[in-house]
Ligand binder design. Sequence first.
Ligand code: TXA
Ligand code: MG
Length: 320
Amino acid sequence: MISNDIYQAAHLLYKDEVVAIPTETVYGLAANIYSEKAVKKVFELKNRPFTNPLIVHIGSKNQLDDLAEKVPEIAQKLIDRFWPGPLTLILRKKNKVPDFVTGGKETVAIRMPNHGKTLQLLNLLPFPIAAPSANPFGSISPTSPDHVAAYFEHTIPMILDGGICQNGLESTIIGFENEVPTLYRLGSITVEELEHEIGPIKFQNFEENKTIAPGMMNRHYAPDTLTIVSTNIAEALHLYKGKKIGLLLFSPNNNYKNVAHQEVLSVKADLKEAAANLYAALHRLDAQNLDVIVTEQFPLEQWGRAINDRLKRASHPVSK
Ligand code: TXA
Ligand code: MG
């Protein structure tokens, strides 16, 4: 059921139920972090390995001290600048944060989302909520209540309606091993914005170090349809000639014919707008019964980096 009722959402969460909640990035599947029953349901609904930790969402900055052992100075600077907002911090956890939320890790991922309704909800509750993206493990993240309903309509009691997610791409994740700011996941806050605030940040080698942020696995955010990323669209279209092709473009381009379905992410070639539209476009493409989705490569700057990252994972072959 898609509903506007935050009191009902609070009631359900209080009763160990799972509720889908809106955020500025993507919809999440929310559970009371202290309820093993509810958190377990989240993992089962998503078919997600229990070792893959969840992000804890808080409604005000002063809840942080309750959950994190020590907040490095650089982390504090980022909090002051970006919270509420799409930035997740990996911090040393306090004992009270349950292991079933952090997958047994000594660290906990925390963010304060920037969505009015969800902040209201969080502030009605006497506990923080754990919320992974509201999609089955590995599939395309949801940016609207309808996307969530398509996945979980029959298995969760409520989807809190917060409209279309404004940023449309997951939060950026940053950790502080030995006080060195380290990027774990590209997302809605760009590397440029982060570096402007705190100077150079270290890039985790996502490919090699799969265990650090398991969400950074090679195949993820993936449509069911075969997806390929191409630096030469004309050539790719030629390769799949005669097939039912879906095309995902950054900005309008009239050169490409013979495609069954086309999605343009930004009429004015704006990377932030493209990021906001990415998942909705992938959902629509995946619903067209296409033989193949061809996408172009995005400029490797600002939100283009995160878009490329997601497209690369979306197009990664299914492992045998
Ligand atoms: O924008 C978002 O962050 C959304 C909305 C709902 O807030 N949530 C989200 O959650 O994207 P999820 O579970 O889909 O992705 C969380 C990522 C995973 O890759 C997980 O492995 C990583 O965060 N993560 C969580 N706790 C961690 C920890 N302690 N250390 C390293 N990575 C962690
Ligand atoms: Mg996810």
